[in-house]
Design a protein around this ligand. Sequence first.
Ligand SMILES: *[C@@H]1O[C@H](CO)[C@@H](O)[C@H](O)[C@H]1NC(C)=O
Ligand SMILES: *[C@@H]1O[C@H](CO)[C@@H](O)[C@H](O)[C@H]1NC(C)=O
Ligand SMILES: *[C@@H]1O[C@H](CO)[C@@H](O)[C@H](O)[C@H]1NC(C)=O
Length: 363
Amino acid sequence: MVTEFSLQIIFVNLVWIKIVKFFGGFNYTLTWLFYLIDVVNFCGLAALFLEMLKDKSVADETIKSFDNTSTPMASIICFDDLKKLINPIWTPANIKVHPNITYATNEEIRDALETTNQDFNQPRKMMLDIFSQEAPLANSAGGLRPVLVHIHGGAWRMGSKNTFYPFQKLMISENNWITVNVGYRLAPKNAYPTHLMDVKRAIRWLKQNIASFGGDPNFIVLSGDSAGAHLACMASMTANKPQFQPGFEDVDTSVRGVVSLSGSLDQISDPQHALFFCKRVANLDKVDVEFLSQHSPLAVVPTTKSLVPLLLVAGERDSLTESRMSKAMKVAHDQATAPNSTCTLVLLPVSLTRVCWPSRLLH
Ligand SMILES: *[C@@H]1O[C@H](CO)[C@@H](O)[C@H](O)[C@H]1NC(C)=O
Ligand SMILES: *[C@@H]1O[C@H](CO)[C@@H](O)[C@H](O)[C@H]1NC(C)=O
Ligand SMILES: *[C@@H]1O[C@H](CO)[C@@H](O)[C@H](O)[C@H]1NC(C)=O
C-alpha cells in the first residue's frame, strides 16, 4: 500500500497536519516530535514515488522489444496522466458498462445453491461486467475488438470483480479493447478447483456472447493479479481439459494470451504456501503433492502442449507474491517453447540503492 500510494499518503497526512494545527495541536512539544517524524516519512515516500517513475523506462524498453518503431510513452509527470495515476475513481469519458451478467447456466446456479445450503451470494459471484467504449474510435476500422478478461486476486478466499482497474481503463480509452471483469466462487465455501471451473464457465459465455457486445470471441486474453494470475495461467494451460469442464466438456475454452501481474505461480516450493493452498483453498486434509503438481502453474508448464504467449509483470520490492515465481516461470516457459520464446518478463526494479553508486548513474 505504501509503495503504491505514496503521493496519496503524503496528501492525507498534510490534511491531517492542517487539522491538528487548526485545533492548536502545535502548542505541545510532542506534536512537533510527530511532525518531525512525518517530515522524514515524506522524504521516504517522495523517494519511493521517484523510484516508481523509473518503471516507465522499463515499460518503454519492453514495448520497444515488441515494436521497434514505438516511441516512448508520454511522461506521467503532467497533469492529465498524473490524475489517471492518483485519482482512483478517474474513468475515461464514453465508457459503456454492462454490469453483473450471469455466465452460469440455470443448472449450475441450482447446483451452487444446493452445495452451499441455499446461499444466494454464491450464484451472484458467477457474474461478469463488460466495459467498452460507448462510441468506438472513428479510425478503429470497424470489426470486432480484442477482449481482455481480468481475474481478480485475493488468495482464492477474498476479493470481488467490482474493481475497475486503471490499466483496463487505459486499454479501453487508448486501444479500444473491450475489457471484462469476471467473478468466481471462493474458498472456504467452495473448494478449489471450483474457482478454475468458474473462470472456464465465464470463458464459455464470452465465446458464445461477446460478439454481441463488439468483442472478438477468437481474441480473448486473460489477465489476473496474484491468485487471479494463477487462475489465468491455469485456465490457459488446461484449455479444453474435460475434467475441469463438467457439463461443458466440448466447449472450446482456449485463449490467445495471458498477462500475469504479481502472479502466485508456484504452489510447491514454499511449504507454508503449499499447506495453505491444500488446506485453506482446496479444503484437503493435508499437503497433497500430486494435487499441487497439477495446480501449480510452474509445474504444469512442461506438460502443456500448446502454450500461449505470456506476459509476466512482477515487482522486485513485492514481499507478498515474490518476483522469484515470475522469474522461474519465465525460465520454464522458455524451456518448453525452445528455441522460440513467447514469454516476456517485466521486472519493476528496486532502484533506490543504485542512486548511491555514481558509476551506475553514468550508464
Ligand atoms: C525494426 O525491425 C525490422 C525487422 O525486424 C527492421 O527491418 C527495421 O530496420 C527495424 N527498425 C529499426 C528502427 O531498428
Ligand atoms: C454489480 O452488483 C453489485 C452488487 O449488487 C454492485 O455492488 C456492483 O456495483 C454491480 N456492478 C456494476 C459494475 O455496476
Ligand atoms: C520457431 O519459430 C520459427 C520461425 O517463426 C518457426 O519456423 C519454428 O517452427 C518455431 N519452432 C518451434 C519449435 O516452435
